[in-house]
Each structure stands twice: as structure tokens, then as C-alpha cells.
Design a protein around this ligand. Sequence first.
Ligand code: CP3
Length: 321
Amino acid sequence: MRQAGRYLPEYRALRERVDFLTLCKTPELAAEATLQPIRRFGLDAAIIFSDIMIPLEAIGARITFDPVPRVAEPLRTRAQIDALRARPMAEVVPFVGEVVTRVRRELGGQVPLIGFCGAPFTLAAYLVEGKGGEGFGEVKRMMFAEPDTLTRLLELLADAMAEYLTLQIAAGAQAVQIFDSWAGILSPEDYRRFALPAARRVVQRTQRGDEPVIYFAPATGHVLEEQLATQADVIGLCWRTPLDQARPRTEGRVALQGNLDPHALLAPPEVVRRRALAVLDSAGDHPGHIMNLGHGILPDTPIESVEALVETVAARVRSEA
Ligand code: CP3
């Protein structure tokens, strides 16, 4: 989940100097933002500082942030989608590889580094709507009225994201996470027909060695079993599906990640501790649990809550060792 961001004073200080896009595109600064939470908290992994919208420039999309992402010319027609040409990631977003290399060097093996991308359906939802989170009428209209047009866009995005993850892994990313933030708006049938095959195509076409792939699609408990077919090694859960229910439903075939509600961090530290322990308890003593939030950290999260969370998990791990 998101680690850096506006809840950190040192991040806000960086953002006073540069806008969000400049921050993402300047390797030295993006590396600094990546390392900020690692220096402050005893986290077990770092996630590269970027955004799921950044690589969309490779297919010609123009993106701005205020702070939510906006797409200059939403993709609404078959003709627009047919005209898309994917340019090589190494030419369009070379800075992402540089951030990975830089962070790996600075981490010096202290903790592993996670790369990431958006899943095709989630990116398509942004590209067709032109913005996110304010309804999905347009992408659903395309899905029902012109399913082949949507499928074409999804395939193009899947190939672009496989290339993007391959670039990050080649540069040194030790795991990659695919964010399918909007897949939860789909019925089981439409998830199986559109979001799932596109996400699987990313997993299958990413060139990797033993680097695991994490697939995270919040609010998709109604299609948890289906997510095994993405062929991801880890399924991330939001807080809606308890870990002890997810374990039998995924038949022990994947590791699970999650799933403390990030809003819990808005409560006093003792509540954070209690709720974090409850998540660890529901994970039980099965191998293959990555403790995490069930979604991105909120901008008004107190630092003390993150400290309480990390300390609680570390103490439990020590007591079990
Ligand atoms: O933890 C990290 O340091 C990794 C960086 C990261 C960002 N975005 C930075 C960011 C990651 C992993 C993301 C993923 C992302 N971006 C997702 C998937 C996760 C999810 O939340 O479902 C999505 C849907 C996006 C698109 C996006 N980018 C949104 C909706 C927003 C606005 C969110 C907000 O908090 O206002 C962004 C902007 C963004 N991406 C910010 C950050 C730190 C805030 C920008 C700022 O500093 O002004």
C-alpha cells in the first residue's frame, strides 16, 4: 500500500519545492520520497514512489494531478482507441528504472524494493472516464455497448504494463504489485470477462525470475476465488474480507496481504495496536501472510499510529521467533 505521502512532514516539505509530476519524474527526488518512510519506520519493504498513471504517457495519454489524476482527452470511441500506439517504456519513462536502481543502491540490501503498476481495467476506467472516483458510467457504457472496444484497450494496456513491470524488475525491483483499484465495480461475470484476463495477461507477459507478483483489488471479495486465475503469487485484501475467511477460499494456493482498515490509524495508538493484533490473529499461524493496510494510508494519519502499528507487528514477530 501507499507508504509515502502527505501524512509525512518530510514529504510535504519535498512537495513544497516541486509538483507531484516533477517529483515522480526526477529520480533523485522520487528516490528520496521512496526512502522517507523506510528511514522513519521499521518497515520490512520499500515501494517505489510513483503513480499508476505515470506510464500512461507511453500510450499518448496526457495526465495531470490536482491531486486526483485527470486525463486530458478521455478515450470514448473506437477510433481513438485504434489510433493508440504504444511507445517503448524505456524511452518514455526511463526515470522509473533510474529510481529503482538508485533506491536499491541506497537501501544496500536493508529491505527489498517493490515495483508496481495499475491493472489494465483500473487504468482503462481512468482513461475512459477522464478522472476517477466520481462514477464509472462511461467505462460501463463502453463495456456493455462496445465490449470489443474495451477489450482492445485492455489488451493494449496489459502489454504496456507487462513491459513496464519487466523494466522495473530488470532495474532491480524484487517484487511487483498490480493495483486493480476499480475492479470492484464489476459484477462477477464482467470481472471474469474483462478485468481478470487483462490482469492475468500482465502477470503472464512480465519477464521475471523469482520476483513475486502481488495482485490487489479492493472491494472484490465477491470474486476472490476468481483472482487465483490471475496467477499472482500473492493476493492483497482490503478490510472487507477477513483473512481467516480468505484462507480457505484461496485453498492455501497464494500468500495473502493485508488487511487493516487504514481508518483505524485515525484512532488512538491503543486502538491501532488492538486492531493490528486482530488482523494478525485472523491470519493465524499459516505461512504466507504479509501484514499491511487494506488500502492506501490517509493524508491525515498521525505518525504515532504508524509507529504503533509497526511496533505491534514487530513485537509479535519477535515473540514467535
Ligand atoms: O507509497 C508510496 O510511496 C507509493 C506511491 C503511490 C502513489 N500512488 C503516490 C501518490 C502508489 C503505490 C500509488 C498508487 C495509486 N495511484 C493507486 C492504486 C492504489 C489505490 O489507492 O487504489 C491509484 C488508484 C492511484 C491514482 C491516484 N493518484 C489517486 C486516486 C490520487 C489522489 C489520491 C489522494 O490521496 O489525493 C493520486 C495522487 C497521488 N499518488 C499522491 C501520492 C503520494 C498524492 C499526490 C500529492 O502529493 O499531491
